[in-house]
Design a protein around this ligand. Sequence first.
Ligand code: NAD
Ligand code: UD1
Length: 335
Amino acid sequence: MKILVTGGSGYIGSHTCIELIKAGYQVVVVDNLCNSSIESLKRIENLYSCKIPFHKQDVRNQEAMRSIFDQYNFDGVIHFAGLKAVGDSVSMPIEYYSSNVGGAIALMEVMKEQNCRALVFSSSATVYGDPHKVPIKEDFPLSVANPYGRSKLVIEDFLRDVFISENSWSIGLLRYFNPVGAHNSGIIGEDPRNTPNNLMPYISQVAIGNLEKLRVFGGDYNTPDGTGVRDYIHVVDLAKGHVKALQVLKNKSQLMTVNLGSGQGYSVLDVIKAFEEASGIKIPYEVVSRRAGDVSTCYADPSYALEILGWSAEYKLNQMCEDSWRWQSMNPNGY
Ligand code: NAD
Ligand code: UD1
């Protein structure tokens, strides 16, 4: 089976390439490298003695995408390519809608022409907004608070409409909770271009000495220790979820919407403590005011993923921290 992985040199894409290769898939990557390095794929090729055909291309370039589809005759696509920084999406909505929504539409047009009907799409728990209760189930109401989240919701709606119009499509909308960690070889991991926005890469950079201290956003939430609670999921577990989704989509035309989370909520202070234990390094921090747009508590009910995909998260928080730290300490300046 030949799978096109868009955004495959990025953080989640590169880890998914490994799991696909291990499961026997042939993988081809298209990425415009706007937020990643080809080095991730080179390292995978070295570690697994394999070749990953790579095309430096924007998914919106339909002419180029058509010729890539002609060349390989794909059985399915995993669509990671897109922009993901919430703050940037507020200041650059045109770029975000163009890359995310425009990219998905352009890709689907080419897939339709080429009669390639299996798609796994990277959605996000951000589409649940501020949930009325936890754990979050897939049928909870959807609401979004920023252009990034809205772009994900628009794409979900678009894909639902496509499936309604022609149910020969097989589409998986995977809603990720908070992906963290890295491959346990330490050769690939998350490599933010600027100062990280997300918790785990920020802590890692404090630990390595690139940043002075962590600012904990809010100590007055209605949570056991007052700090925000999230569902952290190891990126390798997440990657395995994509392989399972492809296997299920191959068997039956359908549109499935699935939470990929661990089902466990951890506070910011829990993560700091686990990271300190994993790295042996003290993380200096200061509790500051809440970050605009943050919710108090967000974690998944992952039972549908188990039911439909036979998938559940295996890695625990300590392993997520150990693997994040291994990647950071082996690659203090990223790729
Ligand atoms: P990433 O930035 O590491 O990977 C995205 C990749 O897409 C990058 O390699 C980038 O160069 C590429 N890309 C962007 N726009 C492109 C375009 N128009 N054409 C071709 N390539 C393009 O991000 P990631 O963390 O690996 O996220 C992958 C997907 O998962 C994204 O769609 C993101 O929105 C979604 N997601 C991520 C998280 C998270 O916390 N990391 C959570 C929920 C959903
Ligand atoms: C953020 C995005 C979300 C996106 C997700 C994955 C916002 C408001 N939400 O989710 O849309 O899908 O990333 O990319 O940006 N924290 C600190 N100090 C920091 C960083 C984070 O205390 O320096 C706290 C946050 O307040 C939160 C937790 O750590 O309680 C996790 O934050 P983060 O890793 O940014 O993820 P989310 O906010 O859940």
